[in-house]
Structures are given as C-alpha cells and as structure tokens.
Design a binder for this molecule. Structure first.
Ligand code: URA
Length: 278
C-alpha cells in the first residue's frame, strides 16, 4: 500500500485555505467581539461633537439605535470633511484619508471603494457595501453580483448613465450586512456625492441600502418597486428614490429577477419621461 503523501506545511495550509474559500469562508473573525470604539481606536478626539439625536435628519443620521455605539464624533468629522470637498475627486480623497469608520480596520484588506461610472449620471445606484472583489479592485459592484447589475442596467439602456456607489466605503468583514452605525458614519460622504453629482433619481439596491437611505424599517420585498422621496439632511436636495432587489439575492433566487426587471423598467420610464416645462 502506498503511504499517504505528506504535504509540506505551506502546501497543506494553502490547500486548507482553498477548501475554505470554496465553501465561502473568506474572512477570519475573532471568537469574541472586540469593541474598537470602546478601545478608542477609531474615534478622533471629539471637538464639541453634536450628539446624534441632535443632528438634522438625513441619510443615516437620527437617534442612536439601541445597542449601537455612539458615533457622533465620527459623524461630525465625516460631515466636516465632506463639506470641504468641492468636487468628486476631493471627496474620494477625503474618504480615502478618513479613519473614523471601523470597517476600515476590520474587513477591508486594501482601500476605500468609492464609486464608478459617469460623474454626470442622471441615475445614482446605491448598493449596500463592497465585497471581496470590490475590496481588491477598489471599485463597487465588480464581482458576480456587479456583473449581473451591469447586464440589467445595459439591458435597460442605462449602462453609461449611472454612477454606482454604496452606503459604506469599506468591505464589512465576511461580507456581512453593514451595520446602521457604519452607514451613519459614511452617510455624510454619500450625501455629499449625491449633492455634487445631482442625479435625477436614486436606485437603492438591497434592503440595507433602502432602509438606511429612506429610514424605513420595512423589508425590501415590501419596499421594492415603490417610489420614495430621498431628502438631504439640510432639506436642500430632494430626489425620487426606488428600492429594488439586490443582484446577489437574484443570483440565489433567479425567479425574483422579473420583479427587479419590472422595477428597473418603471424607473427608466420615469427617467426618460420628458420634463414638463416649469
Ligand atoms: N454588493 C454591494 O451591495 N455592493 C458592492 O459594491 C458589491 C456587492
């Protein structure tokens, strides 16, 4: 009988990692949660930060949710940095330099994932958060879900008319859903991007995007396909916004594609509708 071949350590390790990766394990988490906010690692020294409850309503702002850390200092810093950015290039640089979002130190292996597409787009697509492929490439929606999203946008005639971004700019560990407090910290940057680009409307992809942008508690299956009004925190910008199903969900449930397609057609019809003279 041939004795089992002994793999050298490195090869054994590589093979084990490949086995885990095939099974979808692509992140290592600590057994016990580590509170980086408590540890003081991510919050800058707080200069007269406004409590979250006192912030004007806007994407991601509002009272601290029960069980959520107080991230008002990080939000205040993001607001100040976002307000300084006079164009999208400066905004991307501000996001890249920002250290107030815990995700930057948890899931992200490389860099901030800001946006891709046309900076004059009439439609802004807001997803949930970057995944593994996005983290590597530094661009949103470039993995399998992104390829499906691109196909759907192209089929609807929207390929060159979109700017694609997310509610958070760093990959959540293990591709988990971004937490509300992480979305709140990133929201001033997202709001500034919307204000600078001034799209005609928003497509909110997935429940975590729709809920945080519209401050709704309903599930995506009830929100999708309906029109809502997104408002900037100062009330200066108001845009029609439609939630739809996430392409990652559609990859798992292809039978739901017709619902997402119907959402996209409804949105395209409104986008292409000639504007009535004032
Ligand atoms: N899913 C998202 O919500 N955003 C991405 O960028 C990629 C996958």
């Amino acid at each position: 009988m041939t004795p089992a071949r002994q793999l050298p350590d490195d090869a054994a390790l590589e093979s084990l990692l490949a086995f885990w990766a095939d099974g979808g394990v692509d992140a290592m988490l600590l057994d016990a949660p580590f509170d980086r906010i408590e540890a003081g690692r991510i919050l800058p020294p707080a200069p007269a930060a406004r409590p979250i409850a006192a912030l004007a309503p806007g994407p991601g702002t509002g009272p601290v949710a029960r069980g959520q850390p107080d991230v008002s200092a990080a939000i205040a810093q993001a607001q100040a940095l976002a307000a300084e950015a006079q164009d999208m290039e400066a905004l991307a640089a501000a996001i890249a330099a920002f250290e107030g979002c815990p995700l930057r130190f948890e899931g992200a292996a490389t860099k901030a994932v800001c946006w891709r597409g046309s900076l004059e787009a009439p439609l802004m697509v807001v997803g949930e958060g970057p995944g593994a492929e996005e983290d590597v490439q530094g661009l949103p929606f470039v993995g399998r879900a992104g390829k499906l999203l691109d196909k759907m946008l192209a089929a609807a005639g929207l390929a060159d008319r979109v700017l694609i971004t997310n509610t958070v700019f760093w990959r959540p560990p293990g591709n988990r859903t971004p937490a509300p407090h992480e979305q709140m910290i990133c929201a001033p940057f997202l709001e500034r991007a919307i204000t600078l680009v001034r799209p005609k409307m928003l497509l909110l992809v997935g429940g975590a995007s729709a809920k945080s942008m519209l401050k709704k508690d309903e599930g995506i299956l009830s929100l999708r396909g309906r029109w809502f009004e997104w408002k900037s925190s100062d009330g200066a910008v108001e845009l029609p916004a439609m939630p739809t199903l996430h392409p990652a969900f559609l990859l798992r449930q292809p039978g739901a594609k017709k619902r997402a397609w119907s959402d996209l057609l409804t949105l395209t019809e409104r986008l292409d509708r000639p504007e009535r003279p004032a």
